[in-house]
Design a protein around this ligand. Sequence first.
Ligand code: BGC
Length: 729
Amino acid sequence: MTSERILAGVCASAALATAGAGGGGSTAAPAGDPDARAMAAVQQMTLAEKLQLMQGEAHLRIDPETKEYVPTPGTKGGDGYSPGVPRLGVPDLQMIGAGLGVTNLGKRKNGSATVFPSTLALAASFDRELAYDLGREIGRQTRDQGFNVSLGGAVNLIREASGGRNFEYMSEDPILSGKLMAQNLRGIQDQKIVATIKHFAINDQETGRMVMNVRMDERTMRETDLLAFEIGIKESGVGAVMSAYNGVNGVYASESPYLLNTVLKGEWKFAGWVMSDWGATHSAAPALNAGLDQEMFKPKYFGEALEHALAWEQVSQARIDDAVRRILRSLYASGVVDDPPQPKPIDREAGAAVAQRIAEEGTVLLKNDGALLPLKAGAALKIVVVGGHADRAVLTGGGSAQVESIGGNAVAPKKPPPPGPIDFRTPVWTAASPMAAIQARDPGAEVRFVSGEDLAEAAQAAAHADVAIVFAVQHRTEGLDTGGLSLPDGQDELIEAVAHANPKTVVVLESGGAVLTPWAERVGAVLAVWYPGERGPQALARILFGDVNPSGKLPVTFPAKLSDLPRPHAFNYEHTKEGESDDMKPFTVTYVEGLAVGYKWFDAKGLKPAFEFGHGLSYTRFEYRDLKVASGERVKVSFHVHNAGGRDGDDVAQVYVAFPPDAGEPPRRLAGWSRLSLHTGESKRVEVEIDPLALSIWDVKAQRWRKPLGVFQIFVGPLRADFHNDKDG
Ligand code: BGC
């Protein structure tokens, strides 16, 4: 039996009355020393030195004569580079992408690094410590490869289910995304590396990302996308923010006084610097005056044009100094000046261990009929592994977060990559074989692979096996939304054919987000492993055979059908050529779901998804009782969790809150959670402290967070457990 069914009977709810006190989080602690050092350095810098630091090149530039790409002098082959000021001991800024591991778009020699699972897997673990540990490993590897600024930290909300970059992002929920991202960034910065959070803000789809203007009212913005940033920034003290490509309410994000000056630097007291996304700067004076501190990639505005603007009094010397001071402050505060990175071989074992933990904790068991899983080792099982190149590799997401694994792409591309330095479209596979890991875990099993290209062959192999494991893959990449959620290349038919031949079929989904699962009724078990990283196969084998009890919970909703989503595909996708949106004309996006992003939309509309946010089965079952809510300065929710099944396991107990009806909120919002391990038969009392932001709404008139008056309801348990009785709970 599954935890889900038991929970459906025992989901607890309680009411909480509040008096309308203001909410809000803590602000970053002021640090005297880095500020003073930054100030002193700024005073000694020439204007040319200042402007140089305010611009960043890429690792490659086009040679004006040959028109060929050539390495930018001074870079270490990262994504961004600004020369420092040696006479003042200010180091060069050497920036490198590192959301899912240290990247190598510049094709450095020895530039391969640990391939971590996609950020979705981390989010599915709901594990703050693991988020920190990932940051620590990324920080170390960034340092060991000689870089001092890390460009990971992608925390855009998963608002668009088909978003090309969803695998880099965390979740549909701003509190889950913000809290985990903060830990991740702390982990990076504790290794004396400047971390970055991006893309500020509302870059929630790839279609037309350079030309789209998102229209969104302030309350919606604050309570959805900006909330993830607010938490991520305030709880980490991150050194840099990357502004987004798109516009917000008629102004490019990179020159939005509201986003940069008012909210980020004013209200949130962000002390670091704002860099633009690569090529996202559109002006000199307006951008600088709005709060942008650094122009990245083929700079056009923050050099001569800014000098001109200064002479014409369109910008002040003080604002230029402020921009430089912010960059220097983050460098001093991070430790990269006093303890510069010394290149050395990365610790692959330490990286792999964390990669494996993320894959183990972040794998979500979506379905498990008749306890098909775990498989029994040593039972001479005949196992057929089907599709997804599972005989040799796991899939990764494409774009600037792409990590180079040892040996490069393990699956030869169908089409030769197009000319140019970066190709985001070609799927890149990491050499790591699920089939070999399954065989290694159960040497007595007869494990066979069929490619899945021939349906009849796959079905026949499945018919003769005790269990069939189908690997279904969906590639996602930066710059390209998926245009729907169906598995490509006839994989739905493949799964149907295999399941028809043998109902003991396990589907393993390697995807960069939600996919449609029309065959779910006819297969025995489904596991979402996302892009599972270089240790994905080992993690999967341990889950399949029950060494690890699955504990991941969905950070995104898997809809039952496309028409249940607010949009069947990204806004304006139909005006692209297969998603290619480089030549698109500017357009305005209005996101009809408003506050009801992701699971909140399904909840608000009463739509039953295929698998809801927060869902994830276990090989044991957990029961909750004795819910108590203590209000005070911070609301504390406590309850008993009991492992009532036959196996040890980890649970993620989720706390949702329903606001007073007048508050105008979606039916429920995730307010907190606790991840805990319980032996079989064991009970623990759990206390979840609720962040006041989770009980607040943005009061546009008062320009502050406010806890609405009235009765709140607190629910413990997965969303669907009380799906139809939220009104009278
Ligand atoms: C991406 C950023 C990335 C940058 C540098 C841009 O295309 O949007 O996320 O950090 O490239 O690689």
